[in-house]
Design a protein around this ligand. Sequence first.
Ligand code: FES
Length: 311
Amino acid sequence: MSMQARIRSVRYEAEGILSFRLEPMPGAEFPPFTAGAHIDVTLGQRLVRSYSLLNDPAQRNVYEIAVQLDPGSRGGSRLIHAQWRAGQVIEISEPRNHFPLVEDARHSVLIAGGIGITPMLAMAARLTALDRSWSMHYAVRTRARAAFLDRLGAWPAVRLTVDDEPDTPRLDLAALLRDVPANAHVYCCGPAPMLDAFRRLGAGLGSRLHFEAFSSDAEAAVEGGYVVRLARSGRSVEVPCGKTMLDALLDAGVDVPFACSEGICGTCRIGVLDGTPDHRDQFLSAEEKAANDSIMVCCSGARTATITLDL
Ligand code: FES
């Protein structure tokens, strides 16, 4: 369900990063959220973006998000940086959490790359409130791009690594994951190469490994040339070259939920009843992809001439 929110303030956090404090409209309330949750922000008819809530989940009626200007932006971050001002009313979704914290873990290791720091801030606040043991590793490319150092300074368990400072030790993911304390849970949010390394190096940790992508490097499948059969309505929709499956479905008037449009949030997941998906997302695990029984229609395509969806 969507709701309105007012931008109470805008803050410069670091080079290319602005944070926004959102508050409910008069007489309304924001639903509570849990650490790791995100909201979807509607920026246009087909332009929706997901942002992690970074403030302390104990704070009522305040949502804080941060947006990094992405030079390759397809409109999301560019539009926000250019147009959002304090006082403006925007449309957001209720918070959802695909990156929940295991609150009773003996120890939690939080690993953030760049703007991936945002969910970690909420997690650190929650773990602190619960008096749990935790540590954080925050890697940035340059010190100028290190956001939220003022907030992080309150926590001694935070270690900052800066790529372009030769005297600062680099983030050593392999060593970190090798030395994870027994029963600790490990969380990572960062760019795709960091997440790939995290998943590969930490595979042995099984369900104690948690991750979330904030943007996708993968190219959406726009080759087209296949037909989507909709099992429930009996309709067929052709996907032409140049369009994603989602675009073709929306053009045909099919109501499909979506948010990030980048294969990272999980909103557009649809069951596959027949045919083979061409998975391009970062949401499904390798096992889920191999099962071929669901697809993220915003970015994935089909390897077969037809694909039948549970729609
Ligand atoms: S809309 Fe986010 S994964 Fe498809």
